[in-house]
Design a protein around this ligand. Structure first.
Ligand code: SDX
Length: 428
């Protein structure tokens, strides 16, 4: 007996031997299980992909029970402690820690692609003053596709690499333009003298000063935050990136779709939802009443729970610590007390313990963003900047994987059998 599964079909007593590889059976092996030659064959049914691996990947490893996260084998705690976001981006894309000269070249390329076509400013202007920054960001990323028609050549490795550099370089510029538009402020052009995160802070916050000098603690905080958000294997938005990209559309279009998935309140939009929730709770004394509402399903504790983690999200632990460093510069965020009290009570309550609900990446990040004076609606855009490299690394892996094809799930059809059309006069 090797690594295999013996399946007996009790409808006809037939037995099948199904190989197990890498801890999984190939769903297509089920198709041989039939009751007659014209039977379609057995399928597996898995709404929301709760137990289905859609790809083989070598990028990110999560052990949800232990609360472990690694990029390319390196523990997230070490990476967040020791590298810049761009170094992390190169690690995710290329699979190895870059040598210094390779890193310098990569950082230079990204730095020199940060500008966007002047027309981007014109269509940014077209948005209403109160447009949601995530809508603007998604639309602007999709629009980049029209500026780079060569991007359609997804089979060409050189072309793909150029778009990857462009996207990593330009997403902070698009994000900052969206922010400035909502504030009614003039757009700030990228500065090649600053680091990736320093330049982002400058494009967002620069006012009349001739030279913007980013605060080193906040600049470093963004490196850490972007690293922590950079990839998270087959989450909803990354699966979207792979799924849309599997049609061989250009990466700008796929990335806009992925950002669209991220925008949702159950995914990257949760960082903003946490803030709305904390503001609504208002005072530490109101926490027990809010927890009571969660337990009776009248409310949801945003920033808690995860499909994969059944333990503390290691990113949340790092962000919680980082918050204290940021607050030294920005001043304390008074909502922190409410968040800490929510966490303290939730971790003791049976409701959360039994369901293994712990704080996720979105629970503490918003407190930092708010302390830095970002408006709450902008938080998912900050998530999207960091996640861009993960989407692209996963897209590259998908495009170059011989086993991948256009993504096309099956369904279990439970609707009507064939019936004849009736004109209006004959309908009830
Ligand atoms: C991200 O997948 C990724 O990797 C995502 C991400 C990434 O980096 O890409 O980590 C980023 O999206 C983090 C998650 C952000 N979302 C939120 O914080 C929203 C609040 N969380 C929940 O909506 C929920 O926990 C999810 C969406 C994160 C996960 O949902 P699942 O896996 O489908 O779990 P579920 O909804 O089936 O919950 C199981 C039980 C249910 O109770 P019962 O029906 O068994 O009684 O737990 C309850 C749920 O009602 N539950 C919660 C809860 N989360 C789950 N109850 C109250 N508050 C919550 N937050």
């Amino acid at each position: 007996m090797g690594d295999s599964l013996t399946v007996t079909d009790n409808r006809n007593g037939k037995t099948y031997e199904i190989p197990i590889r890498d801890g999984a059976i190939n769903a297509f092996d089920l198709r041989q299980i039939k009751t007659s030659p014209d039977d379609f064959g057995l399928m597996s049914y898995d709404p929301a992909y709760k137990n289905t691996a859609s790809c083989k990947s070598r990028i990110t490893y999560i052990d949800g029970d232990q609360g472990i996260l690694r990029y390319r084998g390196y523990p997230i705690e070490q990476l967040a402690e020791s590298m810049t976001y761009l170094e992390c981006a190169q690690l995710l894309l290329e699979g190895e820690l870059p040598a210094k000269d390779s890193y310098d070249k990569f950082a230079h390329e990204v730095t020199y692609h940060t500008f966007v076509h002047e027309n981007v400013k014109r269509f940014m202007h077209g948005f209403r003053y109160d447009a949601h920054p995530m809508s603007m960001f998604i639309s602007a990323v999709a629009a980049l596709s029209s500026f780079y028609p060569e991007a359609a050549e997804v089979g060409d490795a050189e072309v793909r690499r150029r778009q990857i550099i462009r996207l990593i370089a330009k997403v902070p510029t698009l994000a900052a333009f969206a922010y400035r538009h909502t504030q009614g402020l003039p757009y700030v052009y990228p500065s090649n003298e600053l680091s990736y995160t320093g330049n982002f802070l400058a494009m967002v916050f620069k006012m009349s000063e001739s030279r913007y000098v980013p605060n080193p603690t906040l600049e470093r905080a963004f490196d850490v935050l972007f690293i922590l958000h950079a990839d998270h294997e087959q989450n909803c938005s990354t699966s979207t990136m792979r799924q849309v990209g599997s049609s061989r559309v250009d990466p700008y279009t796929s990335l806009a779709a992925a950002a669209g998935a991220l925008y949702g309140p159950l995914h990257g939009g949760a960082n903003a939802e946490v803030l709305y929730m904390l503001e609504k709770i208002g005072r530490k004394e109101n926490v027990p009443d809010f927890i009571r509402k969660v337990k009776s399903k009248e409310a949801m504790l945003m920033g808690f729970g995860h499909r994969v983690y059944r333990n503390y999200d290691p990113r949340a632990r790092i962000i919680k610590k980082l918050a204290h460093e940021v607050f030294q510069v920005t001043g304390m965020n008074p909502l922190l007390d409410i968040a800490l009290e929510l966490e303290r009570i939730a971790l003791e309550e049976d409701y959360f313990v039994q369901r293994k609900l712990y704080p996720n990446v979105d629970f503490y990040s918003g407190l930092i963003y708010q302390a830095m004076r970002f408006p709450t609606e902008f938080f998912p855009v900050l998530f999207a900047i960091g996640r861009t490299v993960g989407w692209l690394a996963q897209w590259e892996e998908m495009v170059t994987d011989d086993e991948q094809k256009i993504a096309r799930p099956r369904q279990l059809y439970l609707g009507h059998d064939v019936r004849d059309f009736k004109p209006f006069a004959q309908r009830g």
